[in-house]
Design a protein around this ligand. Structure first.
Ligand SMILES: C[S@@+](CC[C@H](N)C(=O)[O-])C[C@H]1O[C@@H](n2cnc3c(N)ncnc32)[C@H](O)[C@@H]1O
Length: 282
């Protein structure tokens, strides 16, 4: 009888080989990332769920106590993995950047890069953006970046460009401070355009196709074109145009929410069905 020798692919030698080959490129698990973050000097973790027992004490003192300079502070709200904040920090050593997100395992990537490179002008705040005004004092922040924020098509109050959030930003953004929005979402871009128009907020530049509009080179900082976020790269690979708008947020006058109907983005899953190939949940 011709008996073929059975080869077990999971024998010890094979497993050792697989581990040695792939371990250096395998991602760390969530728990290991959380453990790292606890020890990182550039990470501040204050989620809403624990804020009351553990209030933040550096409000109004970021420059004095953390950055140790008088440079302007720029926030990236919903920074995800944080590489954009890190890349901006590399490009603008005379500004201080703070990436904000609730997802710690994502933020770990940028925080680790910044520590490994010894970048002292970037930090990360893990919290819910709904309470962002508890972390900064009046006039402490000069600019805000909103990068590929979830359009929140169902719930206007959750949109990071809604008047609900902009009222919060005004509590710490300097009078007339800048807000930048980069998005793939026609829905969010149209909505934001209505909010800005309704409230007469001065727009510096607006384009529906950042990378193909010839006005972009003259109207945006080189890094806005050169640096792309994780989600941005994904949307570009799918052939979507990136929309960009930059406007000022003056202090006086209460903001009014526009009453408009906007066509939904058809490529985004409304119900976040896990099996949908178009799922884009954040
Ligand atoms: C679509 S992802 C974009 C991430 C990153 N800006 C990029 O372009 O790669 C949106 C991010 O915003 C964060 N986010 C959304 N709403 C938030 C909130 N209310 N508070 C804190 N983070 C929020 C999510 O956790 C997620 O990481």
């Amino acid at each position: 009888m011709n008996r073929k020798k059975y080869k077990n692919p999971y024998n010890l030698r094979n497993l050792r080989y697989i581990f040695r080959t792939f371990a250096p490129v395998m991602g760390k698990g969530k728990l290991a990332k959380f453990a790292d973050m606890e020890t990182y000097s550039n990470v501040f973790q204050y989620p809403f769920s624990t804020y009351e027992e553990h209030p933040f004490t550096m409000q109004g003192k970021w420059r004095e106590q953390y950055f140790k300079n008088d440079n302007p502070i720029v926030l990236e709200l919903g920074c995800g993995k944080g590489e954009y904040a890190v890349e901006l920090a590399r490009n603008y050593p005379d500004k201080n950047f703070i990436g904000v997100d609730i997802k710690g395992a994502r933020m770990w990537t940028g925080a680790t890069q910044a520590l490994n490179e010894g970048l002292t002008n970037v930090a990360f705040l893990r919290t819910n953006i709904e309470i962002i005004d508890r972390f900064f004092a009046a006039d402490e922040v000069q600019e805000i970046w909103l990068t590929f924020s979830d359009p929140q098509m169902k719930n206007p109050r959750k949109r990071l460009t809604s008047t609900y959030f902009m009222e919060r930003y005004r509590r710490f953004l300097v009078d007339g401070g800048l807000i930048h929005l980069k998005t793939d979402s026609n829905f969010l871009f149209t909505y934001t355009t209505y909010v800005v128009e309704k409230n007469g907020l001065p727009v510096d530049f607006r384009t529906e196709d950042l990378y193909h509009d010839e006005r972009s080179v003259l109207n945006v900082e080189p890094a806005t074109l050169a640096v792309q976020t994780y989600y941005e790269q994904m949307w570009i690979a799918r052939g979507l145009n990136i929309k960009y708008m930059r406007w000022h947020l003056p202090h006086p006058a209460p903001l009014k929410e526009p009453d408009v109907e906007i066509e939904l983005d058809d490529y985004r899953s409304y119900h976040r069905n896990k099996r949908s190939p178009k799922r884009t949940s954040c």
